[in-house]
Design a protein around this ligand. Structure first.
Ligand SMILES: [Zn+2]
Length: 347
């Protein structure tokens, strides 16, 4: 086959790369897929999706482990990093999910592989929605990378990025037209089996399906529960209120106001939870008899162990803060009880 019809691409198992694979095959390309694992929170879930997609399209697929190379890199997307922010994908907070140098590292491996399988192109699945936050997804980056790859491969390999000027909504439309099995794909950034529905990545995906008037075929964890942080609720509310003012379609307006109502309710619930968690219960231990004091001591010690264990596994920053407050309160109470026990012993 003509090497200009052979292309190497990164298949992560997400919507963009899965759609690009379908798009390139539809254009008559012979496609070679590489997937990179680099210690991200969602790698282990994405890999399953990537394998299923590669199977579905019967294309060659290789998984390349770069975990060691990314050790020490700073990003909330990595297992070693902090929380994945909830909210909109263009929010400043999403910049915490940038992995420094990622696309350049991947691209250089794809280039080397392309030369090895005699492919004349490497394809990047970057799109317009990534431009705001990710520097290695922008037009000038792709242009410069193309020059670099072309020269580095002695003019044998070039870079294509078919979705560079398309947004997620457009990509979704292309994929729906090409019957991409979106039920097999994975988009969520969080370290959990079921997609969260509230991280920037999930929000962008859900919006893309909504704009195409199609239900996203994958299940979401928070579809009923809603956002679990006030920041998430507030961002979603701001976006919806913004949308509703410019929307002319009556059905959409009704749907948006329904969603706003749900979010307002969730916001109240979250505010309420916060209040209850902070409410201090003052107990007059002085009036306890020795037996009850000892029982109280054991109760508080058990509670302390339980909360400390919860803190160890809790991943939400807000909940972690609340747990820390609770732990401090228990410690204070425990000290108080121990002091009284000690005092009585010396009486
Ligand atoms: Zn998510």
């Amino acid at each position: 086959m003509d090497r200009r019809r052979k292309v190497v691409m990164g298949l992560s198992g997400g919507m963009d790369s899965s759609t690009m694979l379908a798009y390139l095959l539809n254009m008559g390309y012979e496609v070679y897929c590489l997937n990179f694992t680099y210690g991200s929170k969602h790698n282990k879930y994405e890999i399953k999706s990537a394998e299923l997609i590669a199977d579905h399209y019967k294309v060659p697929y290789r998984l390349i482990d770069l975990t060691a190379a990314f050790e020490g890199f700073k990003s909330n997307l990595l297992l070693s990093g902090g929380e994945i922010p909830e909210g909109h994908y263009t929010d400043e907070t999403m910049s915490k999910t940038v992995v420094p140098g990622r696309n350049t590292i991947f691209a250089s491996i794809m280039m080397g592989y392309a030369e090895s399988v005699d492919a004349g192109k490497i394809a990047l699945g970057v799109h317009q929605g990534d431009h705001a936050i990710y520097p290695d997804c922008r037009q000038d980056y792709v242009k410069a990378l193309d020059t670099l790859v072309y020269l580095a491969s002695d003019r044998k390999v070039e870079v294509i990025a078919p979705f560079l000027d398309t947004d997620k909504i457009g990509i979704c439309r292309v994929g729906l037209d090409l019957n991409v099995p979106y039920e097999l794909t994975r988009t969520c950034y969080k370290d959990q089996e079921k997609s969260c529905g509230v991280c920037g990545s999930c929000r962008e995906r859900l919006e893309a399906f909504e704009e195409n008037n199609i239900d996203d075929p994958i299940p979401y964890e928070n579809q009923e529960q809603g956002f679990q942080t006030l920041e998430g609720v507030n961002t979603a509310l701001a976006i919806l209120k913004d949308k509703i003012t410019s929307e002319t379609n009556v059905e959409r307006i009704l749907k948006y106001s329904e969603d706003i109502k749900k979010l307002e309710k969730q916001k109240l619930k979250l505010l309420d939870d916060e209040k209850t968690q902070f409410k201090s219960s003052s107990t007059d231990y002085d009036n306890f008899n020795s037996n009850r004091l000892n029982q109280e001591k054991i109760k508080l010690e058990n509670e302390l162990v339980k909360k400390t264990n919860q803190l160890d596994t809790c991943r939400k920053a807000k909940n972690r803060e609340l747990l820390k407050v609770e732990i401090n309160k228990i410690k204070t109470k425990l000290l108080e009880v121990e002091k009284i026990i000690e005092k009585r012993r010396n009486m």
